[in-house]
Design a protein around this ligand. Structure first.
Ligand SMILES: O=C(O)CCC(=O)/C=C/C=C(\O)C(=O)O
Length: 291
């Protein structure tokens, strides 16, 4: 009898690792798919109920088919990873957790695709571990800091914080409604999954609120250090992003040593989901261009 390759589902790719990185001693959940020689780590955003699988379910399969091993790390304080209170930089905390996970998996060098908070964390990782990063893809995030054109925080972030403080279906729908350019793409199934995810771990929601009270700047502005990053970087943004403004993408383009920017029109904060086919083609081509 020949062994069958299991279908790519959240369950079939779900794994746990114990990481020890400085004073961090945590169980981290991740999804591990594909067996390519090169590894792409995907880092999710900071919304309530977010996870690697929730953010990247439309991307894992095409990247595995293109020959990559794909790791989706659930950041500390999200999904099935351990809870944590973060009173310093969340970007640096996630970067340290990622280094611990890579060491546990014996992975030396990786590419990173980061969504929003995941983009901030990818930049923090690249600053602390320059030799371990091949290429970077940053969507709707990469550094905190102000917008030149819009009052901050944007309405999406205010709604996101509202869901953490009062995690009701009504508040979740209000947040998801501004997530995408075309809110009619929101299915009942997607809303239900997000609600179940966020209510499954109430301590994650409470910790997020307490962390924000202890340090409102969870994602510091690291623009002055962007020039230290030599990794080729593809910055991707939605023209209609109502969470993190497009001019943050311009700041990344300006500061990084080797960057290009692609802007989708008719696109909100989730380019990898709303424009999944074009996103997958573009990022796979960018990664294949070299390391
Ligand atoms: O505050 C910031 O700059 C980051 C906000 C952020 O990460 C929001 C992300 C939301 C999602 O991607 C999600 O909930 O899936």
């Amino acid at each position: 009898m020949t062994a069958q390759t299991p279908a790519l589902t959240e369950d079939s790719t779900s794994r746990f690792a114990r990481i020890r990185e400085g004073d961090l001693d945590l169980t981290i959940h991740f999804n591990d798919a594909g067996q390519g020689e090169e590894t792409v780590v995907m880092l999710h955003g900071s919304g309530p109920g977010a996870s690697g699988w929730a953010n990247f379910s439309r991307n894992v399969g095409p990247f595995v088919d293109a020959g990559y091993r794909v790791i989706l790390m659930d950041c500390p304080g999200w999904s099935k990873s351990d809870p944590i209170l973060c009173t310093g930089s969340r970007s640096e905390l996630n970067a340290r957790a990622l280094r611990g996970l890579l060491d546990a998996l014996d992975l030396d060098r990786i590419h990173i695709v980061g969504n929003s908070m995941g983009g901030h964390s990818a930049v923090a990782f690249a600053l602390a571990n320059p030799t371990r990063v091949g290429r970077l893809v940053l969507m709707g995030g990469g550094t905190g800091g102000v917008s030149l054109f819009q009052p901050m925080p944007l309405e999406g972030i205010k709604l996101l914080q509202g869901v953490y403080r009062d995690p009701t279906l009504e508040n979740l729908k209000k947040m998801l409604n501004v997530f995408m350019f075309d809110a009619s793409k929101l299915t009942d199934e997607l809303i239900r999954e997000r609600l179940d995810n966020m209510l499954a771990r109430r301590e994650h929601l409470d910790n997020f609120v307490k962390s924000l009270a202890a340090n409102p700047r969870q994602f510091p502005d690291i623009s002055p250090r962007l020039g230290e990053i030599a990794a080729p970087t593809l910055v991707i943004w939605g023209r209609d992003d109502r969470f993190v403004p497009l001019d943050v993408g311009l700041r990344l383009l300006w500061g990084l040593q080797d960057a290009q920017l692609h802007v989708f029109n008719r696109c909100g904060h989730w380019a990898q989901w709303e424009h999944a086919d074009a996103f997958n083609r573009m990022v796979i081509q960018f990664l294949a261009a070299g390391s």
